[in-house]
Design a protein around this ligand. Structure first.
Ligand code: HEM
Length: 535
């Protein structure tokens, strides 16, 4: 759109110091020693054995031997792009987060889209949830909004995440199938986990086979907190909506494309950006107070629930444009490390027990995926904001810290960092400490009302696709009891749905189960404190 995006040049500048353009340069070893012959190893005579002494051959092969790093434990397959986020309006009444400080403010971003279950080389058009992870290189440090293209999740508590992923990944004895869901273990787990019903409806719908990364929504999923300068807080949900509209494939297309071009989404994103058709997404917020949340018929800390827009409308607050492809897939797309714990002043966590577990998981896994505790220094992960602290050493440390002091308090350091006080991040005060307990709030027990809401929101064509999705998946399930349990769950969602799926499987329709209390949506007066007019 004409203007060079502010911040873009900063990211380019920051990465420039590590860019290597070797065209026309003399070949060298990693020690900078010129290499005269890149074709032949050093041998004891023309037909003799290769010599141990050939340090040039050994360096080249040793480096090659270690080229691969572990793939992500989930979301291994992904594609990414650079761009910027532009804020429509000063949001300082609700948040002091730097990207929202004034109208027109641009913050550089790096965005990675992904599938969840498949391996790094798996196909793009599998039926699966898509990751939608955005790294904001803000003035006050990196903020990662690590979301998905579906607004809810399968489970309510981080304790269940390893079980969910073990059920969805290829079965451990034979490594099959690569497909996200079409197998016994996934449906076994799902059929024993009624809280997954709402997300299963989305996963069997067209949303799980997007047409393009440029044409899907993104959601922060959890309830977050926004905090303003005065320390006051409101709850927020984050929504990204693509300017190109939300579009899906149909199943037959997805299967055919998968055979013809397993890079379909990766190619589409790359080519659109190369052609100057920059993908654009609008960011909207749903803002609500704690008092309003208490009136909702569900718990806002439950990630299997969304907040219907009739209850809390969307407020558009900015747009994101993706305008540059990475220079190097490995250095950027593969080594980028998103983390749900990366928040900045003005944004805070809620007590959602799924989010709380994520706060731990990302850095922990990246320490092994990216080889030690210093991966924040890898250029794509390094913030544009300056980093000053007393953390030292560790594998692959890049920074060369000067001076004799790496502790605080000290009286010898002179140039040591000082704590930023009110300027810096402070956690939103929690309400009084409660007794420690392993359990769930009562409203977490309603597993079906929003699954039904989703079903009712779909057109007849979309409903037919959902029925087709369940039929396709469940016909591949070998164990009859799993199919029966899934039908029992579907019977709690909708009579037509369960009837059509049961007919497709040649099975009887089970009777509906007694349900947990479901509460109707209340009518809320819009809260004047939260009305932010967009643009
Ligand atoms: C990636 C853990 C739930 C979105 C990952 C990774 C781990 C992980 C270990 C790999 C990170 C890496 O190697 O860099 C968890 C845990 C969860 C959870 C423990 C629940 C307790 C979620 C939810 C969402 C989500 C609810 C969506 C709101 C993502 C995305 C990525 C990811 C988008 C890929 C980031 C990228 O592109 O590199 N998750 N996750 N995860 N997760 Fe989660």
């Amino acid at each position: 759109d004409g203007l060079p995006p502010l911040g873009e040049s900063l990211v380019r500048g920051a990465l420039d110091r590590v860019r290597a353009d070797s065209g026309g340069r003399a070949l060298s070893t990693n020690q900078g020693v010129p290499v005269a012959d890149n074709q032949n190893s050093l041998k004891a005579g023309l037909r003799g054995p290769t010599l141990m002494e050939d340090f040039i051959l050994r360096e080249k092969i040793t480096h090659f031997d270690h080229e691969r790093i572990p793939e992500r434990v989930v979301h291994a397959r992904g594609s990414a792009a650079h761009g910027y986020f532009e804020c429509y309006k000063d949001l300082s009444t609700v948040t002091r987060a730097a990207p929202f400080s004034h109208a027109g403010k641009r913050t550089p971003v790096f965005v990675r889209f992904s599938t969840v279950a498949g391996e790094r080389g798996s196909t793009d058009t599998a039926r699966d949830v898509r990751g939608f992870a955005v790294k904001f290189y803000s003035d006050e440090g990196n903020w990662d909004l690590v979301g998905n293209n579906i607004p809810v999740f399968f489970i309510q508590d981080a304790m269940k995440f390893p079980d969910l992923i073990h059920a969805v990944k290829p079965e451990p004895h034979n490594g099959m199938p690569q497909a996200a869901s079409a197998h016994d273990t996934f449906w076994d787990f799902a059929s024993l986990m009624p809280e997954s019903m709402h997300m299963l409806m989305w996963a069997m719908s067209d949303r799980a086979i997007p047409r393009s990364y440029r044409m899907m929504q993104g959601f922060g999923v959890h309830t977050f907190r926004l905090v303003n300068e005065a320390g006051e807080s409101v709850f927020a949900k984050f929504h990204w909506s693509p300017l190109a509209g939300t579009h899906s494939l149909v199943w037959d297309e997805a299967v055919r494309i998968s055979g013809a071009d397993s890079d379909f989404h990766r190619r589409d994103l790359w080519e659109a950006i190369e052609a100057g058709a920059f993908p654009e997404y609008e960011l909207s917020l749903q803002l609500f107070t704690e008092e309003e949340a208490e009136q909702f018929p569900f718990d806002v800390l439950d990630a299997t629930k969304l907040i219907p827009e009739e209850l809390v409308p969307l407020t558009p607050v900015g747009r994101m444009v993706l305008n540059r492809n990475p220079d190097n897939f490995f250095a950027e797309t593969e080594q980028v490390a998103f983390c749900a714990a990366h928040i900045i002043p003005g944004i805070d966590f809620s007590n959602d027990p799924l989010l709380q577990g994520r706060i731990h998981s990302y850095v922990d896994t990246q320490i092994s995926r990216l080889g030690g505790p210093n991966f924040h220094e890898i250029p794509i992960n390094a913030p544009l904001a300056q980093v000053h602290n007393n953390q030292r050493d560790g594998m692959h440390r890049q920074a060369i810290h000067r001076g004799r002091v790496a502790y605080e308090p000290n009286s010898l350091g002179g140039g040591c960092p000082f704590q930023a006080g009110r300027m810096g991040f402070t956690s939103f005060p929690r309400s009084g400490a409660e007794d420690k307990v392993r359990g769930k709030p009562e409203l977490f027990a309603d597993h079906y009302s929003q699954a039904r809401l989703f079903w009712q929101s779909q057109t007849p064509v979309e409903q037919a696709h959902i029925i087709g999705g369940f039929r396709f998946e469940l016909t591949r399930v070998q164990v009859p009891a799993i199919r029966e349990r899934m039908l029992s769950m579907l019977a709690n969602v909708d009579e037509t749905l369960v009837g059509a799926v049961a007919a497709g499987l040649g099975m009887a329709v089970p009777p509906p189960q007694p349900l947990a209390t479901e509460r109707p949506l209340p009518k809320l007066a819009p809260s004047p404190a939260l009305s932010l007019t967009a643009r």
